[in-house]
Every structure is written in C-alpha cells, then in structure tokens.
Design a protein around this ligand. Sequence first.
Ligand SMILES: Cc1cc2nc3c(=O)[nH]c(=O)nc-3n(C[C@H](O)[C@H](O)[C@H](O)COP(=O)(O)OP(=O)(O)OC[C@H]3O[C@@H](n4cnc5c(N)ncnc54)[C@H](O)[C@@H]3O)c2cc1C
Length: 380
Amino acid sequence: SVGDLWAEVEAGCVYNDFNAAIGKYGFFFPCNPGSAEACEIGGMVAANASGMRAVKYGATRDFVLGLTFVKANGEIVNAGTKTIKDSSGYQLARLLCGSEGTLGIITKVTIKLLAKPKSTASCLCSFNSVHDAGKCISAIIAEPLIPASCELMDSVSIEAVNNSQGNPLPDCKALIIVECDGEPEQVERDLKTVERIAKDIGATTVTATHDKKQIAAWTSARKAVMTSLSALKPGFSSVSLADDMGVPVSKIPDAVLAFQKIAEKYRVTIATYGHASDGNLHTKMLLDPLDKDEWDRGVKAVSEIFDACIELGGTVTGEHGVGISKAPDFQKERATELSTIRAIKQAFDPKNILNPGKLEQWEGSILGKVPLRYPCKDYM
Ligand SMILES: Cc1cc2nc3c(=O)[nH]c(=O)nc-3n(C[C@H](O)[C@H](O)[C@H](O)COP(=O)(O)OP(=O)(O)OC[C@H]3O[C@@H](n4cnc5c(N)ncnc54)[C@H](O)[C@@H]3O)c2cc1C
C-alpha cells in the first residue's frame, strides 16, 4: 500500500526480489546485506540484518511495522500495526527482530517504505594507514555528515581483491569508499566535504565520481573481499570466526590497532574491513584450519578480539547475529540482561523446541567441536 508507506511481504521472499517489486513504485528497502541475492525477509528480520547503508538508514528492525508469527504452541500472533507511529504497548514485532528463530516462526512482515534517493555519488580515499582511514570516518560523521555508506578496507583486503579481481583498487595501506545520496545539490556539497576532510587527515588519493559503472566496480570490489581472501595465500583459508563486531564509530582506530596487536601476538594474518561508518568491522583470519596449532591460536585470537570490542563499548555482533559460536561472548556482553532474556524465551517457548541451543553456550567450546570442512581427527 504505497499511499500508506508500507508493503506486506511473505517471510520467504528474497530481499532483491522484494526491492525490485517496490522499486517499480519509486521506493526501496535500504538494508541491502551482502547476501541480498539469497537472503529472505524472514531471515533478515530474525537476524536483524543490515548492510552498508545502516549508518544513514538503520537495520531491518527500523523498518518492521508489524509481523505475523507462529508460536511454539501453534498459536498465530499478529504483532504490531500498519501505521507509521505506534505507542501501543509492548512492541512484540520488534522483539522478534534479532530473535534468531528462538521465539517464533515469522510468516509475514509489514515493511515501512522509503522513497528512493534522486542522486548517488561515491568518493574513494586512500591512506597510509588503517588508523588514518578510521580517523577519517569518525571525522566525517562528527562533521556532521551522514553518508549513505562508508566502507573500510585494510591492506590485506585490498591486496586480496587486487590479486584476484585484476587490480580494481589503488595499491595502498587502507581505503574508504564513501557513498552520498539525496538531492543532487546536497550530494555535491557532501562530496566536497568528504574530499576536504580526507585531505586534512592525510589521504594519499581522493577520487570522487558520479559514474554508475565506476561506483558499481568499487562496490563489487568491496563485496569481493570475502571470496578473494581465501586465494591470497596458497594452503590458507579465510575463516569467519570473529566476523561482524560493532564498536562506537570514534573507537574504530582503537579497535583496528587492537586487532593488529592480537594478530601479532597469535601469529595469524587478520584482514579487517567493513561497514565502518556504523562501527561494524569484519575480520577474517587467514589460516590453515587443518593445522591444530594454528586453529587453536586463531580461536584464542577471536576471543581477545571480542573482549577488545566489548571493552571499547561495542558488541560481538553488529549484523549477523549470535548463533552458537558467539554465544559465550554474547553472554559476557549482555551479562545483566541474560536472566530477562531467558525468562522471555521461557514465556514464548517453554518446551524449548524453537532453535534450541541458539544464543546459549554449549558445553565446552563449540569452536573446538565443530567438524571442520575435511575430517580432522583432533577435532572429531
Ligand atoms: C556472503 C554473505 C554476506 C552477508 N552479508 C551480510 C551483511 O552485509 N549484513 C548482514 O546483516 N548479514 C549478512 N550476512 C548474514 C545473513 O545472510 C543475513 O543476516 C541474512 O539476512 C539472513 O537471512 P537468511 O534468509 O539467509 O536467513 P538464514 O541464514 O536462513 O537464517 C538466519 C536465522 O534466522 C532464523 N530464521 C530464518 N527464517 C526465519 C523465519 N521465517 N522465522 C523465524 N526465524 C527465521 C534461522 O533459524 C536462523 O537462526 C551475509 C551472509 C553471507 C553468506
């Protein structure tokens, strides 16, 4: 119902298909996770997914006006409203956002619509250190200038993408790609501001463009980080152990320095990249998962990365959710909320039949128990 600014969508609809459908009417659902081609609206709500544009537009939770879900006892609940404003008591629809399938099965969602921006442009700034890149992001936000997105890549990520994708990025120690959208005049002003701030911080190159092909090439280079990393060192795989931490934006330089120290301490290669303008940092470890010593060092490094983020006032998961592997660290982070969280689970699902074990620490470390890609007797 475009006149009411919402669309109702079944939980199994794929994000890109939903966006294409509302796009015909001039609207968009901006969350745009990296898995946009495959992820479903129900999964996005259950994980409270977001993506590159969260700093300006928010996460899935910010667009859910209402939803229908089935409780563990089979009861069907229509939660929320079809109004833009709603002060009508507890917000159960919001509670289901990020519940990771532990409270109910979502079947239908009412999503608030946003008008598509008229103009989009991007600016790529390269730096001599990832610390300077982090400082630049923080300075842009503090201006205040809220970009549509701002992606950070460190030297390991840049090298991996350039090696595997035919050098689409400048050869540098760190870069950010800042996307501005809105009315054309505003976009122009924002680009100039980004250029000024980046140069003040010491950017080695600053390239702004409106060219859709160039913007798409940078976006696809950034999206290629994950797959490119595994090809960087023969015999090594890119492992998603500490995957999507969030820290306050001003703490990004501190977080990146902490990750570098942890990488040195445990002698593992860590790539850092992410949707940094919302403080969301991805790290991938390059290691041989069949080498027990290396794997164990990686697991210890992960635990320290999570501790560092919690210490900086951050979270162990900014967008992917807790699942099983992050449960011990999530429980550390949310220590004072845990008893209430468990009481809510008990009220919704007293027999614990919905995704049992999710968000809960398994006996021992799940990272030491998961069967790896290939049989490895030390872990079986
Ligand atoms: C390559 C890649 C890139 C990614 N990039 C991003 C990113 O940029 N941002 C981001 O936020 N995430 C990202 N993700 C993580 C994930 O894909 C997203 O969070 C996605 O939105 C999850 O949706 P899905 O349909 O894949 O859900 P699934 O992975 O199938 O499920 C996720 C969780 O939700 C539960 N669930 C699924 N459907 C329902 C339902 N109908 N009712 C109740 N519970 C349900 C599942 O049990 C599970 O616990 C990425 C993943 C990959 C593989």
